[in-house]
Design a protein around this ligand. Structure first.
Ligand code: ATP
Length: 452
C-alpha cells in the first residue's frame, strides 16, 4: 500500500472508531488547520487548561504545534468529561474530535472533542508563571519543555544542519577528534582535568590541533563537537561546555579562510530565514534581517578598532584586549557581521601565524555579530613552519614535550593552512535575540551549574 493510501485507509478507520481502537493515524498538531471539518486523532501533553461553565478548554501540545480542544459536558460521555476535569498541565492525553474554525481559539481552529482520555496523569507540574531563571534552571529537565527553549533548539538544529550542508556541498568531510587530551589548545588556564587511570587528562577545548594533522591526509575537514573550557566568566555568552563547528583547510590562506566564513554565515542566515520563518518571528527576529546578511563583510584591523574606541571616548591603548564591552560598542550600530583582524601576537594563541606586514600582530580574525552581540567566530591562518612554531611555543612558555606529536606534523609535508571555530550557541543567541546562550542548549553548563 502506498503511503498516501495507507494514510487514507487509517483516516477512514477513525470515523466511528473509539480511542481504544489500535489502527488510527495520528494527526500532528501543526497539520490541524489543514483538516477543517475532518475527524482526527491526536496525542500530546496538556499545555494549558481553562474551565468555563460546562466546557473544558484543554490546549494540547505535541512539539509540532499547540491546538485548543473543547470538551463539552453534554456532548461527551462521562468518562471523557471526567478525564478532562482531572488532567494537570503536562499530563499526557489522547483525543478524537472534529476540527472546526473558531476565531476565538489561539490558532483560529479548535478540536471539538468526541472522546477524551488521560494516558498519563502524573503529578501537578511544578512550573508556573513568574518563576525565577535560577529556579527554572534547577529544574531544566522539566523547563526544557518551555516553548522558547524548544524553539531555540529547533533553530540550533537548523543551524547545524545548514552548516553541515554548506560544508558537505564543498566536499568537506566531518571528522571526530578525541575529547580526552594531554595538552591545551586554547591556553592552560581553562583546562578541565580528569583522572585517566593513573594519569591526568584534559577535556578538549577544541579539535583544531587534531584537524591540522588530518588536513595532510584530506585537505577539507570539519569538526562539530563539544568544547570544554573552565571559564570562570558569568557572561551571557560563556558556558563551560558548548558546541563548536571547526573547519580546517589545507592550502587556505587567511583571506580564503575569511571568505569561506562569510559565505557560510550568509548561507545559514538565508536558510534559517527561509526554513524557520515562523520561529524567528516568535523571537521577534524579522527574517528579513537575516535575508539581508550579505558577504563580503567589512574587515577592521585591531589597530583601527583601538582608534575607533578611543574616538568614542573609551580608555584603551594598543596592546589591550578587546573584550565583550568593546565588541558591544563596535557592533551596536551594525546590521552586518564584521571581521576584527590582526590582533597583537601576545594576546593570541600560539598556533597563529605572524602577520608579515606587522610582526607585532597575527593573521587572525574574529567575526563579530552585529547589534552589540560580538564574537561568534575565531579563526586564523596557522603557523606551518616548524621553527616559527618552536619560537612561539617558547615565547608562550609551553612545554614542548606535551606537543611532540603536533610539532611532528610540522616536520613532514606541512602546507599553509587555516581554520576557524564557530560557537553554535552564540550564533543562535544573535539570530534569535536570546538574552543568554544558555537558552540555546538543552542542559547548560556554567561555572555554578552542573545539574541537572
Ligand atoms: P571569547 O574571547 O569570547 O571568550 P575565545 O576567543 O576564547 O572567545 P575561541 O577560542 O576563538 O573563543 O573559540 C571559537 C568560538 O567558540 C568563539 O568565537 C565563540 O563563538 C565560541 N566560544 C568560545 N568560548 C566559548 C564559551 N565559553 N562559551 C560559548 N561559546 C564559546
Amino acid at each position: 500500500m502506498s503511503l498516501k493510501a495507507l494514510k487514507e485507509h487509517k483516516l477512514a478507520e477513525i470515523i466511528g472508531a473509539g480511542l481504544e481502537s489500535e489502527d488510527k493515524a495520528l494527526t500532528r498538531l501543526d497539520d490541524v488547520k489543514n483538516r477543517i471539518g475532518e475527524e482526527i486523532f491526536v496525542r500530546g501533553w496538556v499545555y494549558r487548561k481553562r474551565h468555563l461553565n460546562d466546557v473544558n478548554f484543554v490546549l494540547v501540545r505535541d512539539g509540532f504545534g499547540i491546538i485548543q480542544s473543547t470538551i463539552r459536558k453534554n456532548e461527551v460521555d462521562k468518562s471523557s468529561w471526567d478525564y478532562s476535569e482531572e488532567v494537570y498541565i503536562e499530563s499526557v492525553v489522547k483525543l478524537i474530535g472534529t476540527v472546526i474554525e473558531d476565531e476565538r481559539a489561539p490558532e483560529g481552529v479548535e478540536i471539538k472533542v468526541r472522546e477524551f482520555k488521560t494516558e498519563f496523569k502524573g503529578d501537578p507540574f511544578p512550573i508556573s508563571k513568574d518563576q525565577s531563571t535560577e529556579m527554572l534552571l534547577d529544574i531544566r529537565h522539566l523547563s526544557v519543555r518551555k516553548q522558547g527553549i524548544m524553539n531555540a533548539l529547533k533553530l540550533k538544529a537548523q543551524l547545524v544542519r545548514s552548516c553541515r550542508e554548506f560544508l558537505d556541498n564543498r566536499e568537506f568531510i566531518e571528522i571526530q577528534p578525541p575529547m580526552l587530551n594531554v595538552s591545551a589548545c586554547e591556553g592552560g588556564s581553562t583546562l578541565f582535568e580528569v583522572k585517566y587511570f593513573d594519569k591526568i587528562a584534559y577535556l578538549s577545548q577544541s579539535g583544531q590541533l587534531y584537524s591540522e594533522a588530518v588536513v595532510a591526509a584530506y585537505p577539507l575537514v570539519y569538526v562539530m563537537a563539544p568544547s570544554f573550557r573552565a571559564e570562570p566568566s558569568r557572561t551571557p555568552r560563556h558556558m563551560t561546555e558548548f558546541w563548536q563547528l571547526e573547519p580546517e583547510m589545507a592550502f587556505y590562506n587567511q583571506n580564503m579562510n575569511m571568505k569561506l566564513q562569510e559565505e557560510m554565515i550568509e548561507y545559514v542566515c538565508h536558510e534559517l530565514a527561509k526554513k524557520q520563518k515562523s520561529i524567528l518571528e516568535r523571537f521577534k527576529r524579522d527574517p528579513k534581517d537575516l535575508l539581508a546578511i550579505k558577504a563580503p563583510f567589512d574587515r577592521i584591523t585591531y589597530t583601527k578598532a583601538i582608534d575607533m574606541l578611543k574616538e568614542k571616548g573609551i580608555e584603551i591603548k594598543w596592546g589591550d584586549g578587546i573584550g565583550l564591552d568593546e565588541e558591544k560598542i563596535l557592533t551596536k550600530e551594525l546590521s552586518q557581521p564584521v571581521f576584527l583582524t590582526n590582533q597583537p601576537k601576545v594576546l593570541r594563541a600560539f598556533y597563529m601565524k605572524e602577520n608579515p606586514e606587522d610582526p607585532r600582530t597575527v593573521l587572525d580574525a574574529d567575526m563579530l555579530a552585529p547589534e552589540g552581540i560580538g564574537e561568534i567566530i575565531g579563526g586564523s591562518e596557522r603557523i606551518s613552519d616548524y621553527n616559527e612554531l618552536i619560537l612561539r611555543m617558547k615565547a608562550q612558555n609551553l612545554n614542548q614535550k606535551d606537543y611532540e606529536w603536533y610539532l611532528d606534523i610540522h616536520k613532514y609535508g606541512q602546507v599553509p593552512h587555516s581554520g576557524f571555530g564557530m560557537g553554535t550557541e552564540r550564533v543562535i543567541r544573535w539570530m534569535a535575540k536570546l538574552e543568554t546562550i544558555r537558552d540555546a542548549i538543552p542542559f547548560p553548563r556554567t561555572m555554578n551549574r552542573l545539574y541537572p
